[in-house]
Design a protein around this ligand. Structure first.
Ligand SMILES: [Zn+2]
Length: 382
């Protein structure tokens, strides 16, 4: 028991159940046991969180474009990633997918190299290529000049990844068989920035597509005679959909409707550089973007990602969508790990899982501390 230490909290949520007055025993980077505080062996160093605190699986965010005044597209380097990770960790995120907005093949290669160089113990669990294989009818704030169909080099690059990889694409613009080629080598594929019909979406699901990126935004809307991707998503019980719960991207009533479907929700931030940063403006593809509250807005009024953080997303999920806290915590971690195929190692506080944890005070979701691979960083968000 020499290297074992323990963290105790009044409420420990393990991803399934809440345990009162419980300690999580950690050895090196992993959880070895959950025990009542009174049963922690005397030889184990015990740290007890403040009265009323919660301990839960650390948040996992699959859509992080930036943070700490860094935009991943502009700084696709290990040091850029380190700043982004540190910015989000203050708000409870212990694992993220560095998200590259549609960009050149060379930039995609550089970004992948940076993620390979960072390694999972740094809090970067992988990479999310949001584009560039998107619909020209639904670019959002992506640079239309970057949007293209995949080349043989693009396919080879994606298949060379040896980290967790998510690709957001428009199924109707990629060649037949492309989705199946990606999913066959373990890449997660999500629909986004797409004008796919209901039938096209159903076919993409049959090819291995399992995700929907920021459901409702930048996709064909629900219509009576052409239900499109939204209806197809909500009928698919094996699918996952990202929700940006900031009160701006989607009306809460639409998200409450989505929660009544069969697909599994994930909380994402779609975060931009202002999260955990100090500057109110940044530049995206040469256009000025201004932070206003938790929104990031281009001069033409279009939303450009968000300034949301995961603690705030969990808080909003409870406050705006009437979701119990434990469900919101699952949407922010357990379910995300399952989506990424990492559910046997991440997203739960159970023996054998990596000790990635967040301690916080509810209901304000004020983060007290986080642990990544068993190592703490007590940087509280204020
Ligand atoms: Zn997007």
């Amino acid at each position: 028991m020499r290297s074992v230490h323990a963290i105790a909290a009044d409420q420990v949520f393990d991803g399934d159940n809440v345990h009162r007055h419980t300690a999580v025993l950690i050895e090196e980077d992993s959880i070895v046991a959950l025990v009542p505080v009174s049963e922690v062996p005397a030889a184990v160093t015990l740290s007890t969180l403040p009265a009323g605190a919660w301990l839960a699986p650390g948040f996992i965010d699959v859509q992080v474009n930036g943070g700490g005044d860094v935009l991943f597209n502009d700084t696709p380097t290990p040091s850029g990633l380190a700043r982004i990770v540190a910015a989000h960790r203050r708000f409870g995120t212990t694992g993220l997918l560095a998200t590259l907005i549609s960009d050149s093949h060379q930039k995609m290669r550089t970004a992948l190299d940076a993620v390979h160089g960072a390694g999972p113990s740094a809090g970067v669990l992988g990479i999310h290529f949001e584009g560039p294989f998107l619909s020209r009818e639904r670019p959002g704030v992506h640079d239309p000049a970057m949007i293209r169909t995949p080349s043989a080099e693009d396919l080879a690059l994606l298949m060379s990844s040896h980290t967790t990889t998510l690709v957001t694409l428009a199924p109707e613009v990629v060649p037949p068989g492309f989705i199946a080629q990606l999913t066959a080598c373990g890449i997660r594929v999500a629909l986004g920035h797409s004008m796919a019909t209901y039938d096209q979406t159903r076919f993409a699901l049959s090819q291995g597509l399992t995700g929907f990126t920021h459901l409702f935004n930048a996709m064909r809307p629900l219509e009576s005679r052409e239900p499109g991707p939204i209806a197809a998503a909500l009928e698919a019980e094996d699918a996952f959909f990202g929700m940006i719960v900031d009160g701006a991207h989607v009306h809460p009533a639409m998200l409450r409707l989505a929660l009544r479907g069969k697909a599994k929700p994930l909380l994402v931030t779609d975060a931009m550089p202002p999260v955990g940063g100090s500057q109110e403006t940044f530049t995206l593809f040469g256009q000025a973007i201004k932070r206003e509250g938790s929104s990031c807005i281009r001069a033409d009024g279009r939303l450009a990602g968000s300034a949301l953080d995961m603690a705030c997303a969990v808080h909003n999920c409870v406050a705006m969508l009437d979701v119990p806290l434990t469900c919101a915590l699952r949407y922010a971690s357990t379910q995300v790990a399952n989506f990424l195929g990492l559910g046997d190692r991440f997203g739960r506080l159970k023996p054998g899982y990596r000790a990635d944890m967040v301690a916080f005070h509810a209901p304000a979701m004020r983060v007290i501390a986080t642990w990544v691979a068993g190592r703490t960083s007590a940087g509280a968000a204020d």
